[in-house]
Design a binder for this molecule. Structure first.
Ligand SMILES: Cc1cc2nc3c(=O)[nH]c(=O)nc-3n(C[C@H](O)[C@H](O)[C@H](O)COP(=O)(O)OP(=O)(O)OC[C@H]3O[C@@H](n4cnc5c(N)ncnc54)[C@H](O)[C@@H]3O)c2cc1C
Length: 496
């Protein structure tokens, strides 16, 4: 992804890009879900869904369903929707009801009823509307990560990226603290003006050669391991990722056209590798199956500075905030797209580095805070893992501000809009998670709403959204036809 984003803007300006890849180190190969930003990646490169999606067994994604994270009656399930243009019709009502319930009015405030994406998923529809219905859903995708890697490799070569299969053993560091060259097991010494470290968790250049500190998030996020295995596809292909809370973490279920990708993300402090595999097999109904399980370790945290001297770390080499909201490819795209304009303007200096690093770190820490919210707000008490997560006070000041405003019944909308806190996620996502987890006053303390509070009719919302749903293709039908995209939603609307 990084090579292609750089190539798109820089190769026409005469820059040479060479990608070195070790024949001995496989890719991690498990990232199979995206956020809506990925659509912008393909749009920028002019690659149509009709070309890349079938090649990668890809499906459409309307959002993520969270199962069993909360035990509060009525809130055992909620859906984190990807935004649609039609949300403008229901956001006001949703925010109104949530804020009134926070002030004690007994009003309906579960997110699923207010968003088109949640209804599309329930109806097994895709986020692609028929030609005469001009309302875009800012959807994401699911895909086979290995096939997508191969597809992008081919595209990068077509667009002028040079490729060398070689294993980098080490880098030399100049007296000024910059990378001087990299050396390969095949005996080559390779020099460049800029080195981009995409070596995954091994962090060969920034961490190992340049000794840039890695800031662990282990105090905020306990999960550090995963086990993955496929399962057979069902008749109807869902257009959502499902994330189900298990005993010591959560399991993902990602639909591709030919299979489900599944995995259990857990904390090795609370659960052994073997117990995790057994629990995942039980969850999937695969206890007696011989399907192979893949075990992985995760390093959760980030570099203090992703751009240091003449070297930029992108991908797992920069950092990782566990896969709960499938954000890693989004960060890669965000980092590469924000770096290119600096190169184009020749801003290769200390001031630009500080600005860029602050931007990336702020965004990354905002994503961490959002992921932490899932764990902090859980109400399960069945294992020490969940109790420890709920009791964890290692939260950023920004997150503490969100929680204290929310529980005091003060609106968090102005702070989110001004990006004073909650960076990286829009108003809709923060309201979806906090209301979806049932973070409201105790039901026994709720009072009947007054007329002003009860002014929105849920049946009108049901009627509007249900009629809209009928205009979107059935998911399987859309995967067959890959209908053209509508003009995309503006970011302004996304951040409502
Ligand atoms: C359990 C899990 C689930 C995930 N789910 C998602 C998800 O749903 N959505 C999402 O967006 N992301 C997800 N991710 C993250 C996603 O998989 C990665 O961000 C993405 O694959 C990019 O990885 P990478 O290229 O940085 O590293 P890797 O895939 O590890 O690639 C590293 C590359 O560096 C090369 N390399 C390493 N060492 C050397 C060397 N010495 N010399 C030469 N080359 C070398 C390797 O050959 C390889 O090609 C998940 C991650 C995990 C662990």
């Amino acid at each position: 992804m990084t090579a292609l984003i750089f190539a798109h803007s820089l190769i026409p300006k005469g820059v040479q890009i060479t990608l070195l890849e070790s024949p001995a180190v496989p890719i991690i190969g498990v990232g199979e879900g995206s956020t809506p930003l990925l659509r912008g990646f393909f749009d920028m490169l002019g690659i149509e869904e009709a070309e890349w999606m079938p090649a990668c067994h890809a499906t459409y994604k309307c959002g993520i369903s969270f199962e069993d994270w909360s035990t509060k009656p009525g809130f055992e399930h909620y859906f984190h929707p990807f935004p649609s243009m039609l949300d403008i019709m229901t956001m006001t009502q949703f925010i109104h009801n949530v804020e009134a319930r926070l002030r004690g009015a007994n009003l309906y405030a579960h997110p699923d009823r207010f968003f088109l994406s949640a209804r599309l998923v329930a109806a097994r529809r895709s986020p692609k509307a028929r030609e005469d219905f001009p309302f875009d859903v800012l959807h994401g995708y699911h895909f086979d990560a290995t096939l997508l890697g191969q597809f992008l490799h081919k595209k990068a070569l077509e667009r002028g990226v040079r490729y060398k299969s070689c294993h980098v053993t080490h880098a030399t560091v100049n007296e000024d603290g910059a990378i001087g060259s990299v050396h390969t097991r095949e005996g080559e010494t390779i020099t460049a003006d800029l080195y981009v470290d995409c070596t995954g968790f091994s962090g060969l250049l920034l961490q190992k050669a340049l000794k840039v500190p890695f800031l662990s998030f282990a105090d905020n996020l306990f999960n550090d391991a995963a086990v993955a295995m496929p399962s057979p596809m069902e008749d109807a292909i869902p257009s959502q990722t499902v994330s189900t809370a298990l005993k010591h973490g959560w399991a993902w279920k990602i639909p591709l056209t030919n299979r489900f990708g599944n995995g259990y993300v857990y904390s090795s402090r609370f659960c052994t590798t073997d117990a995790a595999e057994v629990e995942l097999r039980q969850h999937l109904g695969l206890l007696d199956s011989h399907v192979e399980a893949r075990h992985l370790k995760m390093k959760v945290g980030r570099l203090a500075t992703p751009w240091h001297a003449n070297c930029l770390a992108i991908g797992l080499a920069q950092g990782f905030v566990e896969p709960l909201e499938a954000t890693a490819l989004m960060v890669i795209q965000y980092m590469a797209m924000n770096f290119v304009p600096l190169l184009e303007r020749g801003e290769f200096n200390e001031e630009a580095r500080a600005r860029y690093n602050a931007l990336v770190n702020r965004n990354f820490d905002g994503i961490r805070d959002y992921i932490c919210t899932h764990y902090k707000t859980n109400s399960r008490t069945d294992t020490e893992y969940w109790r420890a997560n709920a009791a964890n006070m290692n939260l950023s000041d920004n997150l503490k501000r969100i929680f204290s405003a929310w529980t005091a019944g003060k609106s968090i909308v102005p702070g989110l809009r001004a990006q004073e806190f909650g960076q990286g996620y829009p108003v809709m996502s923060w309201f979806a998670i906090l209301s979806g987890m049932g973070i409201f006053p105790d039901p026994s303390n709720l009072r009947p709403p007054n007329a002003q509070e009860a002014r929105y009719s849920l049946s009108e919302i049901d009627d509007l959204l249900n009629r809209c749903v009928a205009n979107y293709f059935d998911h399987k039908e859309a995967l067959h036809q890959t209908p053209p995209s509508k003009p995309p939603l503006t970011l302004q609307l996304y951040f409502w």
